[in-house]
Design a protein around this ligand. Sequence first.
Ligand code: GLA
Ligand code: ZN
Length: 664
Amino acid sequence: MYIGVDYYPEHWPEERWAYDADRMRDAGFNVVRLAEFAWQRFEPVEGRFEFEWLDKALATLKSRGISAILGTPTAVAPVWLDRKYPETAAENNQGRRLTWGVRKANCPTSPAYRLLSERITRAMAAHYASNPAVIGWQTDNEFDGPICYCHGCVVDFQDWLHKRHGSIEALNAAWGTHFWGHAYSAFAEIGAPENLDHYNPGLCLDWLRHHTWRTVRFQHEQVRVLRELCPNHFVTHNFMAFGNRDVNGFELARDLDFASVDVYPIWSDQSIPYEAAAAGDLTRGLKRKNYWVMESTAGPCGWGAFGRDPFPGEIRKVAFQQVAHGSDNHVWFRWRACTAGREQYWHGLLGHDGKPLRRYAEAGATARDLHKLASKLAGTTVRADVAIVFDYDSRWAVRIQPGYDGNDVQQALMRYHAAAFRAGVNVDIVSAQADLSAYKAVFAPDLHVLPDALATRLCAYVENGGVLVADCRTGVKTETNLCHDRTLPGLLSAALGIEIEEYGAHSLEYPVIGKERLPGSFTSIKYNDWITPKTAASLATYDHWHLGAYPAVTRNTYGKGAGYYVGTVANEDSFYDALIAAVFAEAGVAARISPPPGVEVSVREGDGKTIVFVLNHTDQPIEIPIADSYGDLLSDADVSGSIQLDRFGVAVLEERPTKRDGRA
Ligand code: GLA
Ligand code: ZN
């Protein structure tokens, strides 16, 4: 297991490096990520490469048993590059080049930028291919925006559209350009949409897809060089999970050996890190395999104002949470708080004064615990019975036209994900292209863009015994962002057993009364479908003189499975808890340990082992009843009956092999 820090030797005098490396070794660290912003240090003038400084730093680290991941340094171009090749700067939607001096400000289509990026990558790869300290590469840094609107990007967009649509007639039909007389007669006439709110929705969706395509190509040009020159090194990228708004993470991950994630859950004051749990599941879902944490909270974070300091136990808990979700390696951002530059307040394990702090001690203790677990975790991953579909086309189409105010695919996903978290059940977050057949239950929140082939697959999934949950605004759009001309929910009508003829958005509240499988009283907000059940049964109704005629939630038997439909947004977590309980009961999904509020349970399995992580996200000690007996892998004690967790405490329990034979 690799545990360590993001380290910037170039920020400190060389005399300090040995001290730093000693303290890293003392803490049990064996990896650093380096150099992802060091282009200027490697190539201070065009074409002259200087690697000596990093060679020395790597030797210092390696002599303490510390390996390195190198970043291709293309997220920040040196100033000479900008001044000499101004066309490499990205352009905003007003045709203005971005001013040099920040980062992530370059055009991924610019031939000059791509050549220069390939050249620095090639020089680094050739130089470090056989350096014993180097184990792998991170491409660039947190690919996403800004989206470049330069002439080169627009011409590239036109070519891409030509390949995608085949002919201008097909494109006109796909985008519905008969509206407002927007028909094109040649691809060369097409421009970028200046914004996502007013332009043709098909144009806007293709523009965002093309931004992903440009970014994937840019990354590929580096990956190709790294594969050629460094066949023994891995290649990864540090994703931002849901923070990747402009780039489709699933597509960017294809070229990589595994995905990595940057997680900063204590940045916000939210006490239960629901989103960090989902970030882990999404990052695991990018490649359907275990992942790395490449950056994680080491202290108060901020560029201007900073957030709170992690309380004792939180740094450790955050690391364990990611391991519980399938991370196999952990890197903290950053080693030492920097005294210069925009990130002075993004605090490290060491303060500005360079003294190892409490946070350093906690990370070291965490590293020792994780090293102890490493052999037990080997061969295990999260195996979920439940999937949540996360579809970038839908996410973008909803961003382009939310439908109801505040509609957001990530939020829709989080309603179900957080309910599964509270239920103590693992979920996979997968793309709409993933094979769903092995899951007992599938949630497809806000699946706004519904190509016929996907609808057919979802129906077959239900017919063959799956339990599907869909909700409002599902299936509204075609893959080219036209409205389907069928009665909603279109091709899902059979599996869901409903039709929706009318619907509306609002800022009112309507009481909802659940029944049978869905007991409770809830509040409908934001949006309602006026659902006509065909073969479905109602699970909840509105307490309202008119809406009372329509169910708010339905369940339909279809083939060997069932389709649930939620025709509104509920204001209460308790609604999603009740719904998920009904779905899990029907699908035969059960938690191994039912967590009390504020506690998270996550299970890794494989190689005949079952390892249950129990994480106390509250600042109160807590006792948790458990049905089976386990071995506590951290304390080596046998546990049964109940476990006691300190505030922010963590238990890692290995199930006794004789148990659970009769489990469904
Ligand atoms: C991101 C980047 C890091 C660092 C932090 C803090 O996560 O990947 O390089 O800049 O933000 O700003
Ligand atoms: Zn451009």
